[in-house]
Each structure stands twice: as C-alpha cells, then as structure tokens.
Write a protein that binds this ligand. Structure first.
Ligand code: SF4
Ligand code: SF4
Length: 251
C-alpha cells in the first residue's frame, strides 16, 4: 500500500472526491478521532507536514496510528482506498516546499504493518525495510569508499598489509597477527549473503556517518530496548537468526 503527497489544490480535490463515498472515513492523524459505526474503510490524512519536524507531535501521530490499527483490526475495517487504480492508505498535503520525505516514508512503513498478522511477519517486514534504507544510504553516500576492494579505513593500515585487507569489515583480522585473517563465511561474490542488519548499522571510527536505531521512526517505535540491543549487536549473524531473536524478545 502506498501514500501520496499532493499540493494544496489536488489535496482538497482528492479529499472532496473521497467524501462522496459514504462508508469511507477520513482520519486526520493530527487530530482526535472516533471511528464511526458505519465505516467500512478509512484513509489517513496528514494535512500539516511541518508537524513531522517535532518529536512530540510525531509520538502523538504514531500513538494515533497504533490506536487506529487496533480498532480497524478488531472491527474488520480496511485501511486504504483506491485512488487512480492504486491502493492508498495515507494522503499527505504538500503545503511547504521542503517536505520531510524520509519521515513520511517511515510513517507509511509503520502504517503498513497492519497488513501482517503475526509478530514474526511484522518484524521481518520492518527488518527488510531498514536493510533497504541502510543499503540505499551506503550506495548514495559511499562512506566506506572502496577502491580495489579496500575501504577507506583499511587503506590507512601500514604497508605491506594495507593491500591484503580487502572487503572492509567483512575481513576479520586477528589482532595478534595480521597474517591470520579470514573473510567472513557469509561473504559471497563480494556481497553479504545473509542480510545482517547489525553489520549494516555499523560504521567504524574512520567514517563520520553514524546510524542510530532511534533515527528510523518505525524501529524506534516498534522495538523494545532489548530488541534494539539485538539489532545493534548481532554482527556476523544471518537474518533468520536475528529475526528469531527479535521475535523471542517481543512483548
Ligand atoms: S565501516 Fe570502516 S572498516 Fe568497515 S568497511 Fe566501512 S570504512 Fe571499512
Ligand atoms: S555477516 Fe557481516 S561480516 Fe559477514 S558478510 Fe555479511 S556484512 Fe560482511
């Protein structure tokens, strides 16, 4: 399910069109709401994007989404509606030039959790989305700056070892002997074959960019402190094992 961002005119037109449908309820995420008895499906609306810049407001919105999801599940109400042949769950009014796309994306992912029934499915969905985000940042910012398979940090290692320390963090160095090194067993064709989220979160002291779990809205609000420790700490671990641990420690 998707969200759409619309400018002032298109936003109002779209909302007016939706209002013609009697059983569809529009819920404004920044206001108090009550889901009507006759409602068969709802569409969520955010008509002030600037509100996303405040953590306090964001917390309230997330709380509202959780409340809506619970009620919809209990009363078998569908979230989303068809707009231009697409299933849309959230409509955002683009009333300022600079909109916080990252937060809207993350809010949308959080809303879309309702599609999954079991905790494991929900966790796997969020896990994959976080990995996608971290991979895209890695690709976009190229912070490890690999050249001939040697990353920016390992290029600083004294000669003659700097050239053999290939594949960055996926190369485990024995601190007592640089000769006793090995590549991670999960590295295949120069890529991680096990989608380890903890490795994706890690950046060494030579990289200025640091990723925090609490900077990703759906991780911040869905996972408890123990699960967050698991996400951060399980380096060199396959996805399946991390998902099992996260499911085990769900409340
Ligand atoms: S995080 Fe540091 S050590 Fe790891 S691959 Fe990137 S630059 Fe190299
Ligand atoms: S698990 Fe970590 S160290 Fe191993 S291949 Fe994947 S990213 Fe590299």
């Amino acid at each position: 399910m998707l969200y759409i961002c619309l400018d002032d005119i298109n936003f109002n037109n779209t909302i007016n069109e939706l209002n013609k449908e009697e059983i569809l309820q529009i819920v404004n995420l920044t206001k108090e709401f009550k889901i009507e008895d006759k409602t068969s499906n709802i569409v969520l609306v955010l008509e002030n994007v600037e509100i996303l810049n405040s953590q306090k407001n964001l917390k309230k919105i997330v709380k509202n989404i959780s409340k809506i999801k619970k009620q919809c599940l209990r009363r078998k109400i569908k979230i989303g509606t068809q707009i231009n042949n697409q299933e849309i769950c959230l409509i955002v009014k683009k009333n300022i030039d600079e909109i916080n796309i990252k937060t809207i994306n993350e809010l949308n992912i959080f809303i879309n959790l309702f599609q999954y029934k079991s905790k494991k499915e929900k966790i796997e969905f969020l896990y994959d989305k976080a990995c996608e985000y971290l991979d895209s940042m890695n690709e976009k910012l190229n912070y490890c700056d690999f050249k001939d398979d040697v990353c920016i940090s390992k290029r600083k290692v004294k000669k003659p070892y700097h050239k053999i320390i290939k594949m960055g963090c996926c190369y485990h160095v024995n601190i007592f002997s640089l000769k006793k090194h090995k590549l991670c067993e999960y590295l295949e064709d120069k890529k991680c074959s096990v989608q380890c989220i903890s490795c994706k979160f890690f950046t060494c002291a030579d990289v200025n960019i640091k990723f925090k779990i609490n900077d990703i809205l759906y991780l911040k609000y869905y996972f408890n402190p123990i699960q967050k420790l698991i996400i951060k700490g399980c380096v060199l671990t396959p996805k399946e094992k991390i998902i099992s641990l996260l499911t085990l420690f769900s409340i």
